[in-house]
Design a binder for this molecule. Structure first.
Ligand SMILES: [Zn+2]
Length: 214
């Protein structure tokens, strides 16, 4: 039923219009990213065949950011965390069921990272949340505070919904899936099973986001 997912994802992209992928990140030193993903390229809460291309891009961008940070640290060229946080505006008006969870997720991330800040701005945002029925929840975008997050009703009834929202938001901040990691990792997503409710990124995941956005 990959066709169904593509159809829904394409419809969501159409709703977001040009804003979804064309807005430049609100930082001067943007991490190198690949071209905009195809409509079928997503990072989901559970492992799936559609994950691979986008996750590979996110991992490559993260590897480049870490290498750049190490190079900067070695040369003393740039001190990490010395610039103002990049603001990511999000719109949750199309996911009313999860409105408060989306705001909680933003607060969780904002309390743990210093290089980026999630701010709600319905009607004029680069990151948009949607809800509905599909094959699962997913993120689609470049991992630069852009694109869309889709929350699947059935999955959110089975797995902890705040963890789903925070996990997908982690993709929008640039992190790839790591399904085989433990529940203490947010980006393990649905890998540890339905009993895992942890909605918090650990210190390594938070540090990776800071590196990506510095
Ligand atoms: Zn995921």
């Amino acid at each position: 039923m990959a066709t169904l997912r593509r159809t829904v994802a394409t419809a969501a992209v159409a709703l977001t219009g040009a804003v979804a992928f064309s807005s430049a990140p609100a930082v001067s030193s943007a991490a190198p990213v690949g071209s905009a993903p195809s409509a079928a390229s997503t990072s989901s809460y559970l492992p799936g065949s559609l994950d691979k291309a986008q996750n590979a891009r996110l991992q490559a961008a993260l590897d480049q950011a870490i290498a750049r940070a190490e190079k900067n640290a070695a040369s003393g060229a740039k001190k990490p965390g010395t610039q103002a946080a990049a603001v990511i505006y999000y719109d949750d008006s199309n996911a009313p069921t999860y409105d408060s969870l989306i705001d909680q997720s933003a607060a969780i991330w904002n309390a743990r990272v210093t290089s980026v800040k999630l701010v709600e701005r319905d009607g004029s945002a680069t990151l948009k949340y949607y809800e509905g029925t599909d094959q699962g929840s997913y993120y689609q975008g470049r991992g630069r505070g852009d694109g869309l997050i889709f929350i699947d009703h059935a999955q959110a009834n089975q797995y902890a919904p705040l963890r789903i929202v925070a996990h997908e938001t982690g993709h929008a901040l640039g992190l790839p899936d790591r399904y085989t990691q433990p529940c203490s990792k947010l980006m393990s997503g649905g890998g540890p099973g339905t009993s895992c409710t942890n909605p918090y990124p650990d210190s390594v995941e938070a540090s990776e986001v800071n590196t990506l956005w510095n």
